[in-house]
Design a protein around this ligand. Structure first.
Ligand code: SF4
Length: 338
């Protein structure tokens, strides 16, 4: 059997642990998803991940705190067209965090709309820290902030942030990409880890654009990297463009994994798709409460998977669900143990 010699050269480079260039990544992105080359690419990314993480998989569990119209009006987000406001109480957020931990989550994420009150968010974070194990990563997924707010997150017990310069940030969103980068730098400067993602990928994003986003991610040195396809949430302006297939995302996942190399502590995929878990991903998300990809106010009754379902999916693809806290996203906790 023969495969395209140019693709073969790039894949050999990846197998030898050499860094891929942007040109290499674009060539891989241009491979047809149904070709032999695509399956070899995914197999190599899959085996790199299994080797690096010893076949362990992780479930990161996110609690959406509020469902409300968001002033940032990102063209892909359910909250940009929300017509009501619903918010979980602190007790309820604590209860859901405890339940996630009991079910076997490896990290807890707290998410709000982009304009949620920061002091309130810190207060909720502190309350959640009190009810989860001390070495359980606690991750902030909220709006933009500066260095003093980053320090407040750290002091409240957060260990990491989920923050991203989204594809076409500033065009499909009203946020300047430099503001997103400033937030990431602020968080990193106080010792918080970064969970990053190339998102939200739609059919209109070409190989060069996606590869640029992957290389930007690499320069930010996240401890968790991921990809996410855009879900066409009804009523959102970009819904009419549709979505990429799970197979297309698996190819992007594989390219992303090989570009990132072995400097990550987990490789994620939103949402939890088996093809991506066979193409370099070893980490998926359980979700409860509001979710920007779901029009249903409590995503656990909609798109959101439970921790149990995520762990079952990891087993289905031959990964071993990790017990206890994730190694990734430990931020200051990891450094304390050194
Ligand atoms: S993605 Fe975030 S910032 Fe954008 S509209 Fe949704 S909640 Fe607001």
């Amino acid at each position: 059997m023969k495969i395209d010699p140019l693709i073969e050269d790039i894949l050999c480079k990846a197998l030898e642990g050499r860094e891929l260039s942007k040109e290499d990544a674009i060539r891989l992105m241009n491979v047809d998803v149904n070709s032999v080359e695509a399956y070899v690419l995914m197999a190599i990314a899959n085996s790199a991940t299994r080797k690096l993480f010893n076949s362990f998989g992780e479930v990161h569990a996110q609690i959406g705190i509020n469902y409300a119209p968001c002033s940032k009006k990102c063209k892909f987000c359910a909250f940009s067209v929300a017509d009501k406001s619903v918010e979980l109480s602190i007790d309820e957020v604590q209860r859901r965090a405890e339940q996630f931990v009991r079910e076997g989550a490896n990290a807890i994420f707290l998410m709000t709309t982009g304009d949620y009150d920061f002091d309130k968010f810190v207060k909720i974070g502190r309350a959640v820290r009190e009810v989860i194990p001390p070495d359980m990563p606690l991750v902030a997924n909220t709006g933009d902030f500066g260095k003093s707010e980053a320090k407040e997150l750290l002091d409240a017990g957060f260990t990491a942030i989920y923050h991203v310069v989204r594809l076409r940030e500033g065009v499909d969103t009203s946020i300047d990409p430099s503001e997103r980068l400033r937030t990431i730098e602020a968080a990193k400067s106080v010792g918080l880890d970064l969970s990053y993602c190339v998102e939200p990928i739609g059919p209109e994003h070409g190989p060069e654009e996606i590869v640029d986003a992957i290389f930007l991610a690499k320069s930010l040195k996240p401890t968790v990297m991921a990809t996410m396809r855009r879900i066409p949430v009804p009523g959102t302006p970009l819904a009419k463009l549709g979505q990429i297939s799970q197979l297309e995302q698996a190819k992007i996942e594989a390219v992303t994994r090989l570009v990132m190399g072995d400097d990550i502590l987990a490789m994620g995929v939103h949402e939890a798709y088996a093809p991506c878990l066979m193409a370099g991903a070893n980490q998926v998300y359980a979700e409860t409460g509001p979710n920007p990809r779901d029009e249903i106010v409590d995503t656990s009754k909609g798109r959101g998977l439970s921790v149990r379902a995520c762990r079952a999916l990891l087993r289905e693809v031959g990964l071993v669900p990790r017990d206890g806290p994730a190694r990734s996203l430990q931020g200051p906790l990891r450094r304390e143990r050194r």
